[in-house]
Unconditional design. Structure first.
Length: 233
């Protein structure tokens, strides 16, 4: 059922059909599967390898031991939460594209609703509004957001940023590999889910709390729910 692709001289199998590689283009039902730095494709989904076990069609995709689940399920890569449904997903500094998902790239949180977003100084568009990064002003609904150590503002709320990508509305807070999602919140660190809903959230012996209470991590005090998020220096 699910297509199982393996590399490094290992047999690629699909529905009982054995495909072999070694830098040779592989084909199945008109689908070109390529190896050695070249994207593997299945149903228009660009899959990359180099240490990957790719398992499309409802099975998990793996990248460096990280399980990625396709077809409407959550895809994760280095703390990046991707939601997939007929997507082309790429990594290594290449834009991630999708419909209606939160894409995060190198600590930058990008929100997309059917519009392809780009990065590396190229304009990021959301609902006709141009968002920019790399120290350039970010705009969302007429509100100017700035990053790279500069205050971020949204609806009068001051968000401080230094290596932290902060979002509003179910705020996504990112710090040193931690993705904190607030309001019905899921706190994650390196793909590990921490518990929430009033229960103490622990990471490396540090207690994180929500519901208007202080979230702490490595000397950072984050105060969500309309209050100021502070970064202690």
């Amino acid at each position: 059922m699910g297509m199982v692709l393996r590399h490094r001289g290992i047999v690629l199998r699909h529905r009982g059909i054995t495909l072999r590689h070694r830098g040779i283009a592989l084909r199945h039902r008109g689908i070109a599967l390529r190896h050695r730095g070249i994207a593997l494709r299945h149903r228009g989904i660009a899959l990359r390898h180099r240490g990957i076990v790719l398992r499309p069609l409802g099975m998990s995709l793996r990248y460096r031991g990280i399980a990625l689940r396709p077809l409407g399920m959550v895809l994760r890569h280095r703390g990046i939460v991707l939601r997939h449904r007929g997507i082309v997903l790429r990594h290594r500094g290449i834009a991630l594209r999708h419909r209606g998902i939160v894409l995060r790239h190198r600590g930058i949180a990008l929100r997309h609703r059917g519009i392809a977003l780009r990065h590396r100084g190229i304009a990021l568009r959301h609902r006709g509004i141009v968002l920019r990064h790399r120290g350039i002003a970010l705009r969302h609904r007429g509100i100017t957001l700035r990053h790279r150590g500069i205050a971020l503002r949204h609806r009068g709320i001051v968000l401080r940023h230094r290596g932290i990508a902060l979002r509003h509305r179910g705020i996504v807070l990112r710090h040193r590999g931690i993705v904190l999602r607030h309001w019905g919140m899921v706190l994650r660190h390196r793909g590990i889910a921490l518990r929430h809903k009033g229960i103490a959230l622990r990471h490396r012996g540090i207690t994180l709390r929500h519901r208007g209470m202080v979230l702490r991590h490595r000397g950072i005090t984050l105060r969500p729910l309309g209050n100021i998020l502070r970064h202690r220096r």
